[in-house]
Design a protein around this ligand. Structure first.
Ligand code: NAD
Length: 460
């Protein structure tokens, strides 16, 4: 189905890297500008393909895919010269007048594998970081978001010489062939099952990896808070992209005293945002495919339904769904990754924290409380990739915060300067002096160790 010579492209980038491993500042800017121009040229088609794949509302697509990437390119272009500069570091006096610095260098050819939920952003955001750091890039879009995959392939083929950036479409077969090839860095976003395959394959060539994975992201509602604002912010974060967001609030843990009031307010905001008939809302997406649709249906137990119903298999529509949950329920086992929001009442904050730390480390965590003691108690005990306090999703919007997981939710982090650092090897350089030459360094060593100790203590 996909006709591409994977090995030719991999070999081309490897050869070109060996010929010239350093891509100049001006060339990097030129490549980034090409991306900017292509986004402007293809903006309508990008929005359309995201609609065809996910029924993604134009506003959500603009915000989380197009504008997100455009902002990142602008910021990278503004700062790149500064980031590329060699960083001087101190050199111990004993080496005087030697100098030391750190030089950020490209790894070489980077493979970027993306999933289907933000199929444009999750390819382009790591790609621009890799280009900025001077790498060559092979992109592998998700075959599941097929319209975006075809469009990205068309854009990349049109804009780039394959020695710099190439796009390989395909599914398991093509990705496996790519993973069996020799890249200098692999950046994978997707589920942790495939994450393990990626890491295993990478280990063959000792290729460094970044794994951007998922998990169950908890939302705590404890202590003093404005429940109306809490509900508003949880609903907007959860049902963005119909819940198919890696950092969507996966479930809510709420103080039992606040349970009833919070449920009422959550339902109120579902209606306010998506109307009484959410299937008619222009601001609400669809489930990516039938298999995810069926997986999600199996998580809804009708006797625990607080809000929802009216599911339509025809256009893979599941309305914003709120369910009351208890430990051990099916919806509390794996990441939901869809528009189902379980809410579990807890006796107190300690029992909520104990519940979360029993599970895997989440990709994101949300704390709703104006009480700094509550915030600190959670922040100090629960490890998570990233946290937003008193809102949802917001930590991803600050490019100065590294974005990534921990434990089974991933390893490595990117965005803004962190992307440049992630895709750069920090090469340590020590420029020794040819003027001074301490005799204590050289054999015969007899009787010199005392002097070395003394020199190290006072000049080391
Ligand atoms: P997916 O099915 O599109 O798979 C991701 C990529 O892996 C695709 O390019 C696919 O072709 C490839 N792939 C699939 N099976 C493979 C195999 N057996 N061998 C090699 N490659 C294979 O997307 P997905 O995994 O369903 O994505 C959803 C998951 O990704 C969720 O867990 C979500 O939380 C996570 N996610 C994480 C982030 C993040 O930034 N941390 C962002 C988005 C999604």
């Amino acid at each position: 189905m996909y006709q591409q010579n994977i090995q030719d492209i991999v070999q081309l980038q490897r050869d070109k890297y060996r010929e010239n491993s350093y891509i100049e500042f001006q060339k990097r800017i030129e490549l980034l500008t090409k991306v900017q121009d292509a986004i402007i040229k293809y903006e309508k088609e990008i929005l359309n393909s995201l609609f065809l794949d996910l029924g993604k509302p134009v506003y959500e697509a603009q915000l989380s895919e197009v504008i997100f990437v455009q902002n990142e390119i602008r910021s990278i272009k503004k700062n790149l010269k500064k980031w590329m500069k060699k960083k001087k570091v101190k050199t111990p006096l004993i080496h005087f007048p030697a100098k030391s610095f750190i030089q950020s260098e490209a790894y070489g050819s980077v493979l970027i594998i993306a999933p289907w939920n933000y199929p444009f952003q999750l390819l382009f955001s790591p790609m621009i970081g890799a280009i900025a750091a001077g790498n060559r890039v092979v992109l592998k879009p998700s075959e599941i978001s097929e319209n975006t995959s075809h469009l990205v392939k068309k854009m990349i083929d049109e804009v780039f010489d394959k020695e710099y950036v190439a796009c390989i479409e395909g599914g398991v077969k093509e990705t496996t062939e790519l993973l069996d090839s020799h890249f200098d860095y692999i950046f994978y976003t997707g589920n942790s099952h495939v994450g393990r395959i990626v890491m295993e394959k990478a280990s063959k060539n000792l290729t460094p990896v970044t794994l951007e994975l998922g998990g169950k992201s908890p939302t705590f509602v404890f202590g003093n808070s404005d429940l109306d604002l809490v509900a508003k912010r949880i609903i907007s974060g959860k049902f963005f992209n119909a819940g198919q967001t890696c950092i969507a609030p996966d479930y809510i843990l709420v103080d039992e005293d606040k349970y009833e009031e919070l449920v009422d307010k959550l339902i109120n905001y579902i209606e306010k945002f998506y109307g009484e008939v959410p299937s008619k809302s222009k601001d609400y997406g669809r489930i990516i495919n039938e298999s995810h649709f069926n997986r999600l249906l199996s998580l809804i137990e009708t006797d625990s339904l607080l809000c929802g119903g009216n599911i339509s298999s025809e256009n893979k529509f599941i309305p914003p769904t709120l369910v009351s949950a208890k430990e051990g329920d099916q919806c509390m086992k794996d990441e939901i990754f869809g528009p189902i929001l379980p809410i579990m009442k807890m006796e107190n904050l300690k029992s909520a924290i104990d519940y979360v730390v029993k599970g895997e480390k989440p990709l994101a965590m949300y704390i709703f409380s104006n009480d700094s003691k509550v915030q600190e108690a959670i922040l100090n005990r629960v490890s998570a990739g990233g946290v937003t306090v008193n809102d949802t999703l917001m930590h991803i919007t600050n490019e100065h915060l590294p974005f990534g997981g921990v434990g089974t939710s991933g390893m490595g982090s990117y965005h803004g300067k962190n992307s440049f650092d992630l895709f750069s090897h920090q090469k340590s350089v020590f420029k020794a002096s040819t003027v001074m030459d301490l005799p204590v360094k050289y054999p015969p060593y007899f009787g010199k160790i005392g002097l070395v100790r003394w020199l190290m203590r006072f000049f080391g």
